[in-house]
Design a protein around this ligand. Structure first.
Ligand SMILES: CC(C)(COP(=O)(O)OP(=O)(O)OC[C@H]1O[C@@H](n2cnc3c(N)ncnc32)[C@H](O)[C@@H]1OP(=O)(O)O)[C@@H](O)C(=O)NCCC(=O)NCCS
Length: 330
């Protein structure tokens, strides 16, 4: 029997229109353009307007991806939405997306919370359903409206993140030697507290006090995250390459989570893949968490950087901490 492989047949993205530059942030917190560029590589990020919800951005990204794939919302068998900034704690943001794009009722739609690794986790889940024959066309979304959970009085976090949405449209295909070759997922829950929103969940329900104490915003131990990011992203990249009997030189293109230029430079060295093989856009969008890989891929595809037959490596790490990689033949 011919093997079914999962292929990315469409990509889509949506970034909010409002641009927040480093110079704008200098007016809000004690920081400087020089510090932010030197430590992170970020120059500006997008901030969604009031009234826009996470699902609005996600729906636009999926519609753009479906358009590229030549598919309609009705063709989707599943919508998987990676987000840690949902429209609401209940219901799933994916349910709103399903309704907004006009997909059908037998298109189960659910969220996954794997933070910045959300798109790779989503890709992996979709791949299992597609190869197992339970779904043919699946939309995997990475979307975040982080500006709603950022403390614009905390210079440790507010300079890093931005808003955006990206989507992969995936399809089962029997074309030989194309599609997802493997995915690799990891979590180290002992590090769960180094990147979190302390309040608003069952452990610390929202109250006047939690709002006064600014506990409904992102809190991060940046140096710790940095340390693990370099090590684990490199390990995940090596795991994907080794599992498929390739070597680093075989990789044509890297779509990495866009968190920090210094992290990517360090990972590039550790895995011996030059930075010019990486699609980079964090200078313009900052860290959009689960959205960053699908946005970067969409930009790369539309700019003609990705060619049929390219060996593509994806790597991401974020809160959880959760991380992972995927290797695919485009
Ligand atoms: C956040 C990060 C950029 C900080 O860079 P760093 O070189 O590690 O900086 P440090 O944490 O050592 O802080 C150095 C100093 O800069 C200060 N600082 C922090 N943010 C600042 C800012 N925006 N502007 C100016 N100074 C800042 C710190 O307060 C500290 O001052 P101190 O020495 O007086 O205490 C870096 O740790 C990082 O990128 N971590 C990973 C974060 C990340 O990517 N998270 C998401 C993962 S998905």
């Amino acid at each position: 029997m011919t093997e079914i492989r999962t292929r990315i047949v469409g990509t889509g993205s949506y970034v909010a229109e409002g641009v927040l530059t480093n110079a704008d942030l200098e007016k809000l917190v004690d920081t400087s353009d020089e510090w932010i560029v030197e430590r992170t590589g970020i120059r500006e990020r997008r901030i969604a307007k009031d009234g826009i919800a996470t699902s609005d951005m996600a729906a636009q990204a999926v519609l753009n991806g479906l358009d590229m794939a030549g598919l309609k919302p009705d063709d989707l068998d599943m919508i998987i939405c990676g987000t840690v900034t949902p429209d609401r704690p209940l219901p799933a943001t994916a349910a709103y997306v399903q309704h907004k794009i006009g997909a059908k009722n037998n298109c189960p739609s659910f969220d996954i919370a794997a933070a910045c690794a959300g798109s790779i986790y989503g890709l992996s889940i979709a791949d299992s359903f597609i190869r197992g024959g339970q779904a043919k066309n699946v939309a995997v979304i990475g979307v975040e409206l982080l500006s709603r959970v950022l403390d614009f009085e905390d210079r440790n976090t507010c300079v890093l993140f931005g808003d955006g949405a990206g989507a992969f449209i995936l399809r089962g295909d029997t074309a030989e030697n194309r599609g997802i070759l493997s995915t690799h997922k990891f979590t180290d829950g002992s590090l769960a507290n180094i990147l979190k929103i302390p309040a608003g969940g069952s452990a610390m329900p929202a109250s006047k006090q939690t709002v006064t104490d600014r506990l409904h915003y992102v809190h991060m131990e940046g140096r710790e995250v940095y340390r693990y990011a370099v090590r684990y992203l490199a390990d995940a990249a090596k795991a994907a390459i080794a599992a498929n009997d390739f070597s680093a030189e075989d990789v044509d293109i890297v779509v990495a989570h866009q968190a920090n230029m210094r992290i990517l430079e360090a990972v590039s060295k550790r895995v011996s893949i030059p930075l010019d093989k990486f699609i980079l856009n964090l200078e313009r969008f900052g860290n959009t968490s689960s959205a960053s890989i699908p946005i970067a891929l969409d930009e790369g595809v539309r700019a003609g950087r990705v060619n049929e037959g390219d060996l593509m490596l994806m790597i991401a790490l974020g809160g959880g901490i959760s991380w992972g990689s995927a290797l695919l033949r485009w």
